[in-house]
Design a protein around this ligand. Structure first.
Ligand SMILES: Cc1cc2nc3c(=O)[nH]c(=O)nc-3n(C[C@H](O)[C@H](O)[C@H](O)COP(=O)(O)OP(=O)(O)OC[C@H]3O[C@@H](n4cnc5c(N)ncnc54)[C@H](O)[C@@H]3O)c2cc1C
Length: 401
């Protein structure tokens, strides 16, 4: 049996960034990336807002703060070097009510502490110079924020990985593991794969894969669907770049926003509703296994107890377009429900702790001959090259690669 030095599970932007980083350091390694779907970037990496975040929101010193600020610069440079269309259109975070006004100053301080360049607090007139149709009492402008299509970025990572000698096995699902003579046997629906080491980048299934490889984490991935509308062509003039509300500091989601995209549409969203399937992109998608997994987890009920009002409000906003539109009208009052067409959706892999806390920061843990990415929510795509480098360093230290 031909043995691999390393098997990476998951062909999303994180798995491929890790694969690329490690193969560039050591082209002699035999590295195999296994993806269950028929193409890369089929899950979160191909269903997101496409924003290259600048790093304002995150707690100073956190992985998110460090990785995102460096990630924005490296992602923008990577795209320019590889002829991937990218647009640094800038972003406005808008206070629409009195209680938001001090939060703009807090965000400015946090962003400055995180070394985000070019931040400016703007009064209503200055805000309208950037976004003429916005309703703003005060806003924070981040000129370095940009947009890109992360599916394209992931495909380019994949091409580079293969060019450097890596192998990608698509349509191959990891279903278990065992040990033979101190080596790892990865069991898949297509047969066994032998390897010395494993890196788990399985996104929405990362907790299950960690368990398969013997890592007891206590964490559970709870899927939250984010739904988008698209602004009709004739109303796209209302949005010049990216317009965000002031986020709820208790939640890791940024609130529904307007986003220019590289797909040529302006998106509005995403909301955050509990999904009844880990890869449930439509309201009607249900998996009994995934739903039972959520509802039998004590951490979910603690989260529900603390945040049930937000949860019910989000479900209401998901079911009733009028409520969704009202949230958007807080940012741009001229938007009407007939200006919005149906958009896509994405499902966030959100790790939840047994005490009900939503894990805010990126979480990467080591196991027996293995490394596991247990939480990589937004700004994971922005930060992917830096996460790749971080795990590359960890693999060098722990695996000798
Ligand atoms: C709605 C939404 C909006 C977002 N907006 C932004 C944004 O604007 N900017 C930003 O920086 N980030 C954003 N993010 C976050 C970003 O998309 C994620 O951080 C990133 O895509 C995570 O990549 P990943 O590789 O970990 O996961 P994924 O892309 O989900 O990849 C995991 C892969 O593992 C595979 N897999 C799972 N189980 C198995 C198995 N058993 N065997 C084999 N393969 C398996 C899956 O098929 C999948 O391809 C957003 C996310 C969502 C959902």
């Amino acid at each position: 049996m031909n043995e691999n030095d390393l098997v990476i599970i998951g062909g999303g932007i994180i798995g491929l960034a890790v694969a690329n980083d490690i193969i560039k350091r050591n082209s002699k390694l035999k590295i195999l990336l296994v993806e269950k779907d028929t193409n890369v970037a089929s899950q979160q990496s191909g269903h997101n807002s496409g924003v290259i975040h600048s790093g304002i929101y995150y707690k100073p010193g956190s992985f998110k703060a460090q990785f995102c600020v460096e990630g924005r610069a490296s992602m923008t440079k990577f795209c320019q070097e590889n002829e991937i269309p990218v647009w640094t259109c800038g972003k406005l975070i808008v206070a629409t009510k009195e209680s938001d006004i001090p939060k703009i100053d807090n965000l400015y301080e946090r962003g400055t502490a995180n070394n985000v360049e070019g931040l400016k607090v703007l009064n209503p007139d200055e805000s309208r110079e950037i976004e003429p149709y916005v309703k703003s009492l005060k806003s924070l402008h981040a000129p370095g924020t940009g947009i890109v299509n992360y599916e394209t970025v992931t495909e380019v990572y994949a091409e580079q990985f293969k060019k450097n000698g890596g192998e990608i096995l698509l349509d191959t699902k990891v279903i278990g593991s065992k040990k033979e003579n101190n080596k790892i046997v990865v069991e898949t629906n297509k047969g066994e794969i032998h390897t010395k080491k494993v890196i788990n980048c399985a996104g929405l299934h990362s907790d299950r894969i960690a368990k398969m490889f013997g890592l007891e984490t206590n964490l559970k991935i709870i899927p939250f669907r984010g739904e988008y509308y698209t602004l009709k062509k004739e109303k796209e003039y209302l949005v010049k770049g990216l317009i965000y509300p002031v986020p709820n500091p208790e939640l890791p989601f940024l609130g529904v926003h307007f986003t220019q995209t590289m797909k040529g549409v302006v998106e509005a969203g995403p909301n955050a509703v509990l999904a009844t399937k880990r890869e449930g992109y439509r309201k009607r998608d249900i998996s009994i296994k995934d739903t039972l997994d959520t509802f039998t987890y004590s951490g979910f009920w603690k989260l529900f107890k603390n945040d049930w009002k937000t949860g019910i409000w989000e479900v209401n906003r998901s079911l009733r377009k009028k409520i969704f539109v009202n949230s958007l009208r807080e940012l741009i009052p001229q938007v009407n429900d007939f200006d919005l067409g149906t958009g896509g959706s994405g499902v966030r892999a959100q790790a939840v702790a047994p005490n009900g806390d939503l894990i805010d920061d990126f979480k990467i843990e080591s196991g027996d001959n293995s490394i596991h990415v247990l939480n990589a929510p937004s700004p994971g795509a922005t930060s992917s090259l830096v996460i790749g480098k971080y795990i590359g360093n960890l693999a060098a230290k722990e695996f000798g690669y």
